[in-house]
Design a protein around this ligand. Structure first.
Ligand code: PXG
Length: 471
């Protein structure tokens, strides 16, 4: 450990750096962990710890850390053409080749892509594009987008508005008008008094009820993550998507599948939509597109929407300086080529996903765990009080405590309230999955010991528990 450098960086961080989604004051008191380097599925910090990164950075490092081929692709492109735009009738090979590759991987009805710099920008693009589409179709009243509570679609104003995160809606003034939210298919959190089957159908029925309430003639699109990520790795009951598909088939409404997390192998298919047999009109993408090595996103645009936009003529007044950035595109293309050449997506589907499912399910017998679920390489543990079958009092911050215990044991998990979630790099091995599950069990044991030591008394004395401050 290099203590002077760590101390210096912590002090400078406190003095000058406002972190995303962070309580600035609390983090200032606690100080940041400084990540120095990474390889494979492990990150290293400045205090000499090696930590298994079961969040793949922030749901994005699908190919794992330290891939020389990606560094080489970036270097080569930086030397040849580091930047040029795609405005004013120009383009360049990396953007074109990446567009072609993405359309080859996407379902057959998707043959166009609009590039952005991030997932949030992708969803801003979605909102502008669906409304423009309906205007071109001569139905300018079709403006409203139906989204879901507790969804995450980004942190720009449009991304936040499409998302259903109540704390985000409560800050920064009003969001974009014309966006409404319906119930999420979160069985453990909101439907445990029904069967998953019935609850899934009920959530789909909420979509139809909302369409009827608004009037089909006013509804532009329904947007949803195939599996909700940031909301808590919420895998819908098996009845949900078929019932939603049946509703959408009855009405002329576009389907937007937000693939920012589910895309690029996470669920064992190239896109989460393919796992559920969806045929979305639009698919926002980012994160795993470049394995997070460089920032890039986009919207995959199905033929129905693309053909109208193209045939109508007239400019679509939308785009970003970094739309199709050549260096980001070159890295993304190499990333897709490597995922394909190494059979990563198939391995998640046929081997690693089923293996994780079996190992992860073994945690369900732990006294703190109410449910252990996974699909592909996404997983969640729902913490609860086995004695009562109820959630813990929020002030105990049990999830935050477990997340910190996990970090201390050498495993990055993320907590969303009292839900612990994982989304490891897709190149994780079976042995590393064993290590992940064993470290998660130790973190659960530590958390149980903390509760048995009398966490409520800690609270009553006003002691702050580390980890309750940052999400
Ligand atoms: N859609 C989905 C489904 C996402 O998960 C975005 C859009 C926005 O992407 P950008 O690139 O603009 O961040 C995301 C991002 C978390 C967390 O705490 C998740 C995201 C971002 C930040 C934090 O789990 N997902």
């Amino acid at each position: 450990m290099n203590r002077p450098v760590t101390d210096e960086l912590r002090a400078l961080d406190r003095a000058h750096h406002l972190h995303p989604f962070t309580d600035f004051k609390a983090l200032g008191e606690e100080g940041s962990r400084i990540v120095t380097h990474a390889e494979g599925v492990y990150i290293h910090d400045s205090e000499g710890n090696r930590i298994l990164d079961a969040m793949a950075g922030l749901w994005c490092v699908n190919l794992g850390y330290g891939r020389e081929e990606l560094a080489a692709a970036a270097t080569e492109q930086l030397r040849t053409l580091p930047y040029y735009n795609n405005f004013f009738k120009t383009t360049h090979a990396p953007a074109v080749r990446l567009a072609e590759k993405l359309c080859a991987l996407a379902p057959a009805h998707i043959n166009r892509v609009f590039f952005t710099g991030s997932g949030s920008e992708a969803n801003d693009t979605v909102l502008r594009m669906v409304r423009h589409y309906w205007a071109l179709e001569g139905k300018p009243d079709k403006q409203v987008v139906i989204a879901r509570e507790n969804a995450y679609h980004g942190s720009t104003i449009a991304g936040m508005s499409l998302g259903g995160m109540a704390p985000m809606h409560a800050q920064g003034g009003p969001g974009v008008p014309g966006i409404v939210h319906i119930a999420q298919p979160y069985w453990f959190g909101e439907g445990r008094d029904r069967t998953p089957e019935a609850f899934g159908r009920e959530c789909a029925a909420a979509l139809e009820a909302k369409i009827l309430e608004l009037g089909e003639e006013n509804v532009a699109a329904f947007i949803a993550e195939p599996v909700q990520g940031a909301g808590g790795a919420i895998i819908p009951p098996p009845s949900y998507w078929p019932a939603v598909k049946a509703v959408l088939a009855k009405y002329d409404i576009l389907l937007v599948a937000d693939e920012v997390i589910c895309g690029f192998g996470r669920l064992g298919e190239w896109f989460g939509s393919q796992h559920y047999g969806l045929e979305p009109d639009l698919m926002p993408i980012a994160k795993g597109l470049s394995s997070g090595y460089l920032p890039i996103g986009g919207v995959l645009v199905g033929d129905r929407v693309a053909e109208t936009l193209i045939e109508a003529g007239g400019e679509f007044f939308h785009g970003f300086t970094y739309s199709g950035h050549p260096t980001c595109a070159a890295v993304a293309l190499k990333n897709l080529e490597l995922l394909e050449a190494e059979g990563v997506v198939e391995r998640v589907r046929d081997d690693l996903g089923p293996y994780l499912a079996e190992r992860w399910a073994s945690l369900a017998t732990h006294p703190l765990v109410g449910e252990a679920r996974s699909l592909g390489l996404i997983g969640a543990l729902e913490l609860f009080d086995a004695a009562s079958g109820e959630r813990f009092d929020k002030t105990l911050a049990v999830g935050g405590h477990c997340r910190d215990a996990s970090f201390a044991r050498g495993l990055v998990m993320r907590s969303v309230g009292d839900t612990l979630i994982i989304s490891p790099p897709l190149v994780i091995t079976r042995e590393q999955i064993d290590e992940l599950v064993s470290l998660a069990r130790q973190a659960l044991d530590d958390t149980l010991a903390y509760l048995q030591r009398g966490a409520p008394e800690c609270r009553a004395s006003g002691q702050r528990l580390s980890g309750e401050t940052t999400s």
